[in-house]
Design a protein around this ligand. Structure first.
Ligand code: SF4
Length: 456
């Protein structure tokens, strides 16, 4: 299903759409307040962008440095070229440990690799421990936002989910009661966990350590209780030095939720005594994106979600309408790299207003890349025939002023007589589904200009 079709399903619930829009705009406003409180914020953005650009330009060297340093620290380092290899490595580690109780803290990479269904198919059940992730997992849904995975749900939805799965009272919607129920439910899973899987926010080449940022502390609880910690990371998460980290931690939480810092920023450098730490370095299309000069900068993304919170299309179409692990503007750049045909509609899910680019903490030129993907997709003939032919026709008309004027005159006259049922016929004019056409003016701008500015 294309983005417009999925978005149409989401927007059928007008109340939810408005609420979703307003909630994310509230997060965007919180971000703005936090950003304006830091006078050097724009310098931090520039610095972060340059650090990431530099790292990507020498990614192979830094990856090797990271591997050597991590191994020297006693960490098991694995390489996975794609999702299948990543999942097989995780399963192998779990089987070597004879583990049956596995917990996971939030990791978009494991979502991208579809790790949970893979492990389920092999008889291993995984419990997501981030509250939002657990809610969507119980509902057998995917996260709809990078930072706020259950943002598409209201407390009534959560109440119904917990009533069904956690035994809370029917109709219970008090957030405190629901959170406490989740806490009790998850506490037992934490205590029983033998293997804990986490994502990685940053990996430091200089020290061979990985950094995990959470607000709930679930990653810390999980990896400190389990005897094995598996940290899955995309190869673009690397930064060169420990001293670079504070640039990103100052940007990440402010851009994501408007907090000065995430509640927990935990460094994992070596396994604790008697325990194991595994780091899986995953490519899964990233080197291919690195090889596309126009889209390489998308690998600078630190997954803060700010571009989603500000995007008018995301806010009113919901994360699931993108049908990709990373939704929103950045997902619309990353997804065609993985499968251009399947995700051909996503770069068009944008007004190209540039708000995403303005808020991006690592200065990715998001809207420019969306525009470039449109050209690549059109050149590859992956746009609908109706759009292709109407654009060709329009380019001919726009290139001929006389034809343009004639067309305008015809439209202004005919629109006065065409019945409303025809101009707004479903399936014929999707633009007019939720809009009224403007009243046709009696004359064009050019005619008006000539009339009011007669030549002397
Ligand atoms: S593209 Fe920029 S704004 Fe969007 S999630 Fe990534 S870092 Fe954040």
């Amino acid at each position: 299903m294309s983005h417009p079709k999925r978005a149409e399903i989401f927007t059928r619930d007008a109340e939810r759409t408005t609420w979703h829009d307003e909630t994310l705009w509230f997060v965007r406003q919180k971000r703005d307040k936090a950003v304006y409180a830091v006078p050097e914020f724009q310098e931090l953005r520039e610095l972060a962008s340059q650090i990431k650009t530099h790292t990507l330009s020498r990614l192979a060297d830094y990856l090797e440095q990271f591997e050597a340093q991590a191994k020297a620290n006693g960490v098991h380092v694995h390489w996975a070229s794609n999702a299948e290899e990543h999942n097989a490595i995780v399963l192998d580690i779990i089987r070597q440990q004879n583990a049956t109780s596995i917990v996971k803290s939030k990791s978009m990479l494991t979502e991208e690799c579809h790790l949970n269904p893979y492990l389920l198919r092999h008889g291993v059940e995984i419990v997501d421990t981030d509250l939002g992730e657990r809610i969507v997992q119980l509902r057998q849904e995917s996260p709809s936002h990078l930072v706020l995975p259950a943002i598409h749900l209201k407390k009534e939805d959560v109440g119904a989910t917990f009533f069904k799965h956690l035994g809370t009272a029917e109709g219970e919607v008090d957030p405190q009661v629901l959170t406490e129920a989740a806490r009790q439910h998850l506490r037992a899973r934490f205590l029983a966990a033998e293997v804990a899987i986490s994502g990685v926010n940053f990996a430091i080449a200089e020290t061979g350590s990985v950094v995990v940022c959470t607000n709930e502390g679930n990653a810390d609880l999980a990896v400190n209780l389990a005897r094995v910690h598996i940290a899955s990371m995309g190869i673009e998460k690397l930064i060169p030095r420990l001293s670079d980290l504070s640039v990103f931690t100052r940007l990440l939480a402010r851009s994501a939720t408007g907090q000065p810092a995430t509640t927990y920023t935990s460094h994992f450098s070596r396994p604790a005594a008697g325990k194991e730490l595994h780091v899986i370095l995953v490519d899964n299309g990233r080197t291919q994106q690195l090889g596309r000069p126009d889209f390489r900068a998308s690998l600078k993304c630190i997954r803060c979600g700010a571009c989603m919170n500000t995007c008018p299309v995301y806010r009113r179409s919901g994360g699931h309408s993108y049908d990709f692990t990373v939704p929103g503007p950045i997902g619309a750049i990353l997804s065609p790299n993985i499968d251009m045909r399947q995700h051909a509609s996503l770069p068009f899910a944008s007004t190209l207003c540039g708000s995403c680019t303005d808020v991006c903490p690592v200065k990715i030129d998001i809207h420019t890349q969306l525009y470039k993907w449109r050209q690549v997709i059109a050149a590859a003939d992956e746009i609908p025939a109706s759009k292709k032919w109407s654009m060709r026709l329009l380019s001919r008309v726009l290139a001929r002023p006389a034809m343009y004027e004639l067309g305008g005159k015809f439209a202004r006259t005919s629109l006065r007589f065409v019945p409303h049922a025809l101009t707004h016929a479903p399936g014929y004019n999707p633009w007019a589904i939720a809009r009224e056409l403007p009243e046709p003016p009696p004359q064009s701008f050019r005619e008006w200009f000539k009339q009011t500015n007669p030549k002397p």
